[in-house]
Design a protein around this ligand. Structure first.
Ligand code: UD1
Ligand code: CA
Length: 457
């Protein structure tokens, strides 16, 4: 059985924020949520989050996470933090200790570490750093066996030269934690209860301390300020970009790519610079996306061409569509095969049938548009009467002339034609011509007004 403890009581002063540090985000997800995701991957039976600074905010944000919260009202050290969880620890469980401000650890690294835990051994995640300053150093004996961790502030000169450091992540049998944690003392340079002191206790008890290493340093980097947050964000985005490149997606510049969710793509997709993907986005084959697009929770079918500066949210695009530039597809937009949405067109809660076109400067919302429809420039569905929303239905093969206002609820029946500039308030019958505008008058020999002469004084 696996129990996980996530330390998240620290203040995070250097973030200079009213938001507790662990709720700050990497790729739109709180650091601590990324740590919780690892607990899910590993199938933890129970997860405890130790809260202190901003405890209420943290608990509120993670109320539905399934994790339990344990308060550490005073921050007396990492050992003291884990002590708060002792009443919940099962002797037979493997206990994994993580930090809530270390967002990029891989599940594989943690499962490698957990394989080192038994009744006779524990696991410690260490890393060799060119600049080990600030970290606890790993002490080993002549046989390379780990004997203790010494904190930076307690270390002698020789120890400070050691480059193998404690990442803070460790895995121990519950019964060992139950035996060792009550024995911690705070007689050290910082007057804190150090979790790291259990390493020497393990050695004294004949429990071997086995070590594992992450594949990259980034996996164990904590965030203390916004510079480190930005650095980890770039590392994470680069990793995702490279995964897509490896999968055969063209990114015109992987350094100008951001995915804050999940992006899956078929073959031969091309993504230009500065696009942002959020939530779950799926691209079919041969999808091209121009520069500066923002796409959130969308399914985009094969051979779709999305031009620059297009914004798409909660929409489904069947395929073969042309969208943008400067189009805005709002939630509930569904495009059937080969639909076309042009520049400065806004759509919302609308189904647009196969091959239909809304090419320029229009708003189409709360509407069902059939197949082969052409909607002229400047057409607006007037869907809101100030109180309620109403539906517009445009049947197959309708031609809507430019600058038409469709006052909902209204139905434009199959094959109808609407004259430009019409304000349509009544539904049509099949194949009718609808003209609803003031009749034109032409007046002969019209004289334009002339300017008044300047008044004499
Ligand atoms: C700790 C380790 C050090 C290691 C380093 C890795 C100890 C004594 N030292 O040092 O060996 O190299 O992490 O980053 O364990 N926390 C609490 N309650 C507390 C104190 C801390 O919840 O009372 C949490 C913090 O919010 C943070 C984590 O524990 O997430 C680590 O605390 P921090 O103060 O950063 O530990 P370091 O002194 O850096
Ligand atoms: Ca730290």
């Amino acid at each position: 059985m696996l129990q996980i403890i996530i330390l998240a009581a620290g203040k995070g002063t250097r973030m200079r924020s009213n938001t507790p540090k662990v709720l700050h985000t990497l790729a739109a997800k709180p650091f601590v949520q990324r740590v919780l995701d690892r607990a899910t991957d590993l199938g933890a039976a129970s997860t405890y989050i130790v809260t202190g600074h901003g405890a209420e905010q943290v608990e509120q944000a993670l109320a539905n996470s399934g994790a339990a919260f344990v308060a550490q009202t005073e921050q007396l050290g990492t050992g003291h933090a884990v002590q708060q969880v002792l009443p919940h620890i099962q002797p037979e469980a493997s206990v994994l200790i993580l930090y809530g401000d270390v967002p990029l650890t891989k599940t594989e690294t943690l499962s490698n570490l957990l394989m080192l835990v038994s009744s006779e051994s524990m696991g410690l995640l260490t890393v060799n750093l060119a600049e080990p300053s600030g970290y606890g150093r790993i002490l080993r004996d002549a046989n390379e066996q780990v004997t203790a961790i010494v904190e930076q502030k307690d270390a002698g000169l020789e120890q400070l030269a050691i480059q193998e450091v404690n990442t803070g992540v460790m895995a121990v049998k519950g019964k060992h934690l139950l035996a060792w944690l009550p024995q911690l003392s705070n007689s050290n340079a910082q007057g804190e209860y150090y979790l790291t002191d259990i390493i020497a206790m393990a050695c004294a008890a004949g429990i071997e301390v086995k070590t594992a290493q992450p594949r990259s340093e980034a996996e164990v980097m904590g965030v203390n300020d916004r510079i480190q947050q930005a650095q980890l964000e770039r590392i994470y985005q680069r990793e995702q970009a490279e995964a897509l490149l490896t999968a055969g997606v063209t990114l015109l510049d992987p350094a100008r790519f951001d995915c804050r969710g999940t992006l899956t793509a078929g073959s031969d997709c091309v993504i230009d610079i500065n696009c942002i993907f959020e939530g779950d986005v799926t691209l079919g084959n041969n999808v091209t996306i121009g520069a500066n697009c923002s796409i959130k929770n969308a399914k985009i079918g094969d051979n779709t061409d999305i031009k620059a500066n297009t914004i798409i949210e909660d929409s489904t695009i069947a395929g073969g569509s042309d969208i943008g530039p400067f189009a805005r597809l709002r939630p509930g937009t569904e495009l059937a095969l080969g639909a076309k949405i042009g520049n400065f067109v806004e759509t919302k809660k609308v189904h647009i049938g196969a091959g239909s076109k809304v090419n320029h400067l229009s708003y189409v919302g709360d509407a069902v548009v059939g197949k082969g429809v052409n909607i002229g420039a400047g057409t607006i569905t007037c869907n809101y009467d100030g109180v309620n929303k109403h539906q517009t239905t445009i049947e197959d093969d309708v031609f809507v002339g430019s600058n038409t206002a469709l006052v909902a609820p209204v139905t434009v029946a199959k094959g109808s034609t609407i004259g430009a500039g019409s304000t349509v308030t009544q539904s049509s019958k099949d194949h009718q011509l609808v003209v609803a505008r003031a009749k034109q008058r032409n007046i002969d020999n019209w004289r334009r007004p002339v300017k008044n002469p300047p008044s004499k004084k």
